[in-house]
Ligand binder design. Structure first.
Ligand code: LLP
Length: 437
């Protein structure tokens, strides 16, 4: 998919770059991002909205993969940006991302984070709870500002997804509950706070969603709520944000819809419900993360040792693991992979791919068909663009890999491989523990 192919040497090639050359130049493990594919996905969302005729913003959910080069691509493609922490906000600002297109999420924004965002002049705060409403109002008032807010509501829609990552159901740490009247009280409160300008509401029903039904239900609930607010409080929402969660194909059997289908379904539902209620068409915002960056990422590893347990299983170990991709350990996520330096060879061995961390759960793939694997072979694991680098850790003091963007035969380093200095750089040996010279 994307610009990936197998070249005449039988090597995997991405963005016109032979990955065996990338391994030589940048080392492994290496995250490789197919920049053309990222841009294509962004354009699919933008184009799908354009055809609906609705005013819209597509905010890239930067939590999926937030580095400065990615912020530049998001900006160039006309996307807005969803950030959830001072670190993501800082990254975006350092990349020169236009502040007015930044939306700030999070269920526990600190006063320092709010001040940072106020000073930067971001476009919108997505307020999660009553404490934040009052804190934001007070901090904005201190600065003589009036800020745009959306209120995050919990619509009570459960998306088909892994338990750990579903956020739309009522028992959730996020947002104001729609079902029990809390959301109404929250809007009433927010309207009364003079430093807040209530643009509308936000809902996010989960992640890695394969059908449109959940989005339709969410739109209906959110739109009905907008009508209720108009009728009872005489306040008209101008923005409805439906969040992210559009699924991607990790392995055979995953059947996501083309992104345009999700957008069309959301747009149709907004149009129908609003027209029925004689409600002026609002702007529609969405926040795709995984579906922008997920399948554009590939992780390249070098195979090291192997362990054959006759009649049971053969393990092969790579030079990374749960430190660069914690998703199999966290969510039992499945991945596909190929031997990148011998991509045309017959698949005659069944192996399980282990990482190098000191933990039995550090497995990347169970039961993968590969050609007979040798130490030094390169393994390419697909669909690692989202929530991989973003969730990478230094467990076992393993250094985070480098990230390269590939496009038209060129590879650009966008995140350098961590150094040993990065590993001990923040360590301090107190005087009393220091060795005598
Ligand atoms: N908007 C909000 C408010 C969100 O909470 C999320 C994801 C998104 C947008 C983007 O969702 P996406 O389009 O990427 O599905 N670490 C997990 C995923 C956690 C998603 C959390 N929220 C994983 O690796 O699968």
């Amino acid at each position: 998919h994307g610009t990936s192919k197998i070249n005449s040497k039988g090597h995997l090639e991405i963005g016109g770059c032979d990955v065996t050359d990338l391994a030589q130049e940048f080392g492994t493990p290496l995250y490789i991002v197919d920049e053309a594919l990222v841009r294509q996905r962004a354009r699919e969302f933008m184009e799908a909205f354009r055809t609906t005729g609705l005013r819209h913003q597509v905010a890239y959910a930067s939590k999926a993969f937030c580095v400065m080069a990615m912020c530049r691509v998001a900006e160039e493609e006309g996307m807005s940006l969803d950030v959830v922490s001072d670190g993501e906000l800082y990254t975006a600002l350092q990349a020169g991302f236009p502040a007015e297109r930044i939306h700030f999420h999070g269920n526990n924004k600190t006063p320092e984070e709010i001040v940072m965002a106020l000073d930067a002049g971001i476009g919108c705060f997505v307020v999660d709870n009553f404490d934040e409403l009052h804190l934001l109002n007070a901090l904005a008032a201190d600065k003589g500002k009036r800020v745009n807010v959306l209120l995050r509501i919990t619509p009570g829609v459960e998306a088909h997804t892994h338990d750990y990552i579903s956020t739309g159901q009522q028992d959730s740490k996020f947002g104001f509950d729609l079902g029990n009247g809390t959301a109404f009280t929250a809007i009433e409160t927010a309207i009364g706070l003079s430093s807040l300008k209530v643009l509308g509401v936000h809902s996010h029903i989960g992640s890695q969603i394969f059908e449109v039904e959940g989005f339709r239900m969410a739109v209906e609930k959110v739109a009905a709520f907008a009508v209720e607010i108009r009728d009872r409080l005489n306040h008209t929402f101008t923005v409805l944000n439906l969040g992210g969660g559009f699924g991607i194909r990790y392995v055979e059997g995953d059947q996501p819809l083309p992104v345009g289908v999700y957008v069309q379904a959301i747009a149709d539902a907004v149009r129908t419900t609003c027209e029925n209620a004689n409600f002026a068409l609002p702007e529609v915002w969405i926040e795709p993360g995984r579906s922008i960056i997920g399948d554009a990422g590939t992780t390249l590893y070098t195979v090291g040792t192997s362990k054959d347990i006759p009649g049971v299983r053969k393990y092969i170990a790579v030079d990374g693991g749960m430190t660069d991709n914690p998703r199999p350990a966290l969510y039992e996520s499945k991945y596909e992979a190929v031997l990148a330096n011998r991509a045309n060879d017959t698949l005659n061995e069944l192996v399980s791919v282990a990482g190098k961390c000191c933990e039995s759960g550090d497995m990347l793939i169970w039961d993968l068909k590969l050609p007979a694997v040798q130490s030094g072979d390169l393994l390419a694991v697909f669909c690692t663009g989202a929530y991989n680098y973003a969730m990478a850790s230094n467990y076992n003091r393993i250094r985070r890999p480098a990230v390269v963007f590939v496009k038209d035969g060129k590879a650009d380093l966008v995140v350098a491989r961590e150094t040993y200095h990065n590993i001990v750089g923040n360590d301090i040996i107190p005087q009393r523990l220091q060795k005598e010279a």
